[in-house]
Design a protein around this ligand. Structure first.
Ligand code: FAD
Length: 289
């Protein structure tokens, strides 16, 4: 099903998985998707790894398997730096053959050897995909994209994604819901109306949260640091603290009527289940509150 239609009907609940890069096989990734599906998500997104060791090839394969179950919809990511229009055409063709209807159109991170060929920004890719027949999503950044000089300028660039025909947006992870609520208001003032799905990542360790904060520019509030300090050195206590914090974030977002909730479950089905269970127990998941 098209994600835009799901978002019209309800507050959605979804997961992200990332494809194997050598340390995991496609069948293991498919097994993770299978376990995540037990939580009845509206869709599962599959990341794309440009120039990686097999990551991009596996995106379509995993998305196809998810779609073929008939239990949920698949969202296949695609980055465009270093890709030509022909590459994109081939990718779209493969998605259509696999009956995958949703694509997340991204620029991708700058890296040596990943130069601009036909697309400079994600909005160029979104324009190109507009007539593909796919439902096209884009990324947005409640704290601003790391490369951009200001949040205000980043929102101007986000408006270009909407003007290019984006159907929905998925946020970068954030640990402070107020950052998202302020961002949502600023976007509304900038006449950005595309539905926004909130991406939340339960942290699993001090190292992991530091790495994520550095790579995507999400700030770590002192209340998160306090939780981690209280959890001490024990990895299981740190993981539990991350799940508890994420559940509090999710319940607050659901109560505040966000369009959708997307859990970066880090390929860990038990994390997906914990987030599902807390929302379900509080009476969310289903009709828009
Ligand atoms: P863009 O929207 O093109 O923005 C990139 C930068 O350019 C921003 O600073 C923006 O402000 C600026 N900009 C945009 N338009 C203009 C313009 N017209 N003029 C001047 N500046 C402009 N990466 C992967 O490799 N694989 C994935 O699967 C993946 N999935 C992701 C999923 C989500 C939900 C998110 C939030 C990110 C994901 N990423 C992924 C990371 C993403 O590729 C990086 O954040 C990347 O640096 C930016 O991608 P973008 O699509 O937001 O780029």
């Amino acid at each position: 099903m098209r994600i835009s239609e799901l978002l019209d009907a309800k507050q959605t609940f979804s997961f992200e998985i990332f494809p194997p890069k050598g340390e995991m096989s496609v069948s293991q990734a498919t097994q993770i998707a299978d376990e995540l599906m037990r939580n009845d998500p509206d869709w599962i997104s599959v990341t794309f790894s440009a120039g990686g060791t097999g990551g991009s090839a596996n995106t379509v394969e995993i998305a196809k398997t998810i779609q073929a179950t008939g239990k949920t919809s698949a969202l296949a990511h695609l980055t465009c730096l270093g890709s030509s229009k022909r590459d994109v055409d081939r990718y779209v063709e493969r998605l259509k053959e696999a009956h995958v209807e949703n694509i997340l159109a991204l620029r991708g991170d700058r890296a040596p050897g990943r130069e601009v060929i036909d697309f400079t920004y994600a909005s160029d890719l979104i324009s190109y995909l507009k007539d593909s027949g796919l439902c096209v999503g884009g990324a947005c950044y409640p704290e601003g994209h790391v490369e951009c000089e200001s949040l205000e300028r980043d929102i101007e660039h986000l408006k270009k994604k909407q003007d290019s025909g984006v159907d929905f947006l998925v946020t970068q992870l954030f640990f402070e819901n107020d950052d998202f609520y302020r961002f949502r208001e600023r976007c509304a003032r900038a006449r950005i109306k595309a539905p926004m799905v909130c991406g939340i990542m339960p942290f699993t360790s001090v190292k992991q949260i530091q790495r994520m904060a550095f790579s995507c520019g999400a700030s770590i509030p002192s209340k998160v640091v306090r939780r981690l300090v209280q959890a001490g050195e024990d990895p299981e206590s740190q993981r539990q603290a991350g799940i508890e914090y994420a559940c509090e974030q999710l319940l607050d977002l659901a109560a505040n009527g966000v369009d959708g909730i997307h859990v970066y479950s880090m390929n860990r089905p038990e994390v997906g289940k914990a987030t599902h269970d807390c929302l379900r127990a509080a009476g969310y998941l289903g009709a828009r509150p």
